[in-house]
Design a protein around this ligand. Structure first.
Ligand SMILES: Nc1ncnc2c1ncn2[C@@H]1O[C@H](COP(=O)(O)OP(=O)(O)O)[C@@H](O)[C@H]1O
Ligand SMILES: CC(C)(COP(=O)(O)O)[C@@H](O)C(=O)NCCC(=O)O
Length: 306
């Protein structure tokens, strides 16, 4: 059994997988360091003692040390590489890319390959079997398979990251088994929703830490801030979605994740639906992934088994 570890700046996510299996168990836990007892209980309830641990850490060396001690064994910490599992890393200095973003791209490639394979079997209709789709508006969650379309993953964590995977030109990015290859051309980093909210309250004399629903025309301060933050997040997603549409000639497949998603969900779906309507496109499904970083680590772990 292999432990999978995603140490983010707010929370640590853990899951496990059986060696030789594809995919992780899907029994993940998310906890802050202050909640480490919950993680101990989770570890105690595992069916067996894990033989090894594979992880990414963007939360600093002290967290890595805490985790090695919690897990009772040294974690093998993965860094971003120039390529791996059929994905090319377009960062100028590949190792500068956050290890979590790299693992998430590997996980996204895995989900996209599965979606495409399922769509091929279903006669060109695509869906993601293991993640529920939050369709914008009333539209169905399936769409015609177009292998030119890119995939976009927005993770609303401590920071928000919005990263694209483009199908790679035939030979360049194909994986070891000849599966579809992808290229990560680059992506955005901005403060996550909670950090945007707290920066306004800590950096001004009068603004509160806002708690409110969004509105088209906000009429009080809490609403104005909550809406401004959601609009900034959704606007950044739409920017990259439009970039993918321009580059590939097809609407990108949009995946979302992270603890901050509920705060930006409505605004993102509304903006995307309006963009599709304005462009004469069918409404897009939005696929929720609970832990794309752990999915990527599971892919790496199963490859290392071979
Ligand atoms: N129970 C929770 N504990 C901490 N953060 C939470 C919780 N529920 C939602 N959040 C939100 O999720 C964000 C962290 O999301 P997460 O995906 O775990 O980020 P990271 O990977 O950066 O640690 C926080 O900024 C906060 O807005
Ligand atoms: C952007 C991040 C802070 C996101 O961290 P998170 O919100 O998941 O805790 C992390 O991926 C990171 O430190 N990246 C290094 C810089 C880069 O990716 O370019």
């Amino acid at each position: 059994m292999i432990l999978l570890v995603d140490a983010g700046n707010t929370r640590i996510k853990l899951d496990w997988m059986e060696a030789g299996n594809e995919g992780r168990a899907g029994r993940s836990i998310a906890f802050a360091l202050a909640e480490i007892d919950a993680a101990r209980d989770w570890l105690d309830a595992l069916p067996r003692r894990p033989s090894r641990a594979l992880g990414v850490n963007v939360a600093g060396e002290a967290v890595a040390v805490e985790l090695d001690s919690l897990l009772g064994q040294p974690v093998r910490w993965v860094k971003a590489g120039a390529q791996g599992l059929g994905v090319l890393n377009g960062y100028r200095e590949p190792a500068q890319l956050g290890a979590d973003r790299w693992a998430a791209m590997l996980g996204l490639a895995w989900h996209e390959r599965r979606r495409r394979a399922a769509a091929g079997h279903a006669g060109g209709r695509a869906d993601v079997p293991d993640s529920h789709s939050a369709a914008a508006g009333q539209a169905g969650s399936a769409k015609d398979l177009d292998t030119r379309a890119c995939a976009l993953l927005a993770i609303f964590g401590t920071a928000t990251t919005i990263d694209t995977l483009c199908p790679a030109a035939a030979a360049a990015g194909s994986g070891a088994g000849g599966e579809v290859g992808f290229e990560f051309p680059g992506g955005l980093i901005l403060p996550g929703p909670a950090m945007m909210l707290s920066s306004l309250s800590s950096g001004t004399a009068n603004l509160p830490l806002a708690r409110a629903e969004t509105a088209l025309y906000p009429t009080h301060t809490h609403q104005a801030i909550a809406t401004g933050v959601a609009a900034a997040q959704a606007g950044a997603v739409l920017r990259q979605w439009l970039a993918g549409l321009e580059q590939c000639g097809q609407p990108p497949e949009l995946y979302v994740s992270g603890g901050g998603w509920p705060a930006v969900r409505d605004e993102t779906l509304r903006l995307l639906a309006r963009a599709c309507a304005g462009l004469g496109l069918a409404e897009q499904a939005v696929h929720w992934l609970d832990a794309p970083v752990l999915d990527g680590l599971a892919c790496l772990a199963s490859q290392a088994e071979e």
